[in-house]
Ligand binder design. Structure first.
Ligand SMILES: Cc1cc2nc3c(=O)[nH]c(=O)nc-3n(C[C@H](O)[C@H](O)[C@H](O)COP(=O)(O)OP(=O)(O)OC[C@H]3O[C@@H](n4cnc5c(N)ncnc54)[C@H](O)[C@@H]3O)c2cc1C
Length: 200
């Protein structure tokens, strides 16, 4: 352990579901735990790009469609396509923020420390944490849990430009609905979007 290192029992890289569970379990067992997250908010892909966004969009879209269908004979419900996307995204932001708050509070309640920065191993028990302002802190940990998740695959033969060819992250930033979608790599994500948007 280098002289300037801080020390914890468990260091967790990543605040997605895997990192959260590891951190909370260890904290409940009385360990000093530090979670490192490179994004400014906790939750990982699950909250920001995966499960929660896709299911929130799907549920909101289903509710809208069902409301339109059920009220069809009583009064007319009409929304412009732009407004439909805007309402879906506004609802998504509310749900994501609620999840972030719950996770942050759960970590705080269990006395799990959290640093914002990118973790990099310098030895089997030491990690450097690079903050966004360029400062670096070294931490020594008896145990290190790597819960760094995954990122969308970018096959060499698929020129993902995030405008016409999107991956599962950039599809969440669409501000309009396309007329049609063709799944290139993962039909699962595209299918979820078909359900949400009703595009062909
Ligand atoms: C579109 C989509 C839909 C999905 N739907 C479902 C579903 O319905 N049900 C389901 O069970 N799963 C679903 N998933 C999968 C689910 O999101 C993942 O399985 C889950 O998020 C994995 O959790 P994790 O903690 O391993 O990693 P992640 O959630 O990816 O978290 C990893 C975290 O580590 C951080 N990190 C990485 N490297 C570093 C570093 N060096 N230093 C500091 N921090 C770092 C990242 O910023 C990230 O926040 C879906 C995924 C996608 C993309």
């Amino acid at each position: 352990m280098s002289a300037e290192s801080e020390s914890v029992d468990l260091l967790v890289v990543g605040s997605g579901p895997a990192g959260q569970k590891a951190a909370i379990q260890a904290a409940k067992a009385g360990r000093r735990v530090l979670v490192i997250e490179q994004e400014c908010q906790v939750g990982g892909a699950c909250v920001h790009a995966g499960t929660i966004p896709s299911k929130t969009l799907r549920e909101t879209a289903s509710a809208l469609v069902s409301f339109k269908q059920r009220s069809a004979n009583l009064f007319e419900v009409k929304m412009s396509p732009d407004l439909e996307v805007a309402s879906l995204m506004a609802r998504l932001e509310q749900v994501v923020k609620a999840h972030e708050r719950t996770i942050t509070e759960q970590l705080r309640r269990n006395h799990v420390e959290r640093w914002h920065g990118r973790a990099r191993f310098v030895s089997p028990h030491e990690v450097d944490i690079l903050a966004v302002d360029g400062t670096k802190r070294r931490v020594h940990a008896q145990l290190i849990a790597i819960a760094s998740g995954s990122r969308p695959r970018a096959p060499k033969d698929v020129p993902i430009d995030h405008e016409r060819i999107l991956d599962s992250d950039s599809i969440l930033s669409m501000t309009y609905l396309p007329e049609s979608l063709d799944p290139v790599v993962d039909p699962g994500d595209a299918l979820e979007l078909y359900v949400v948007s009703g595009v062909s």
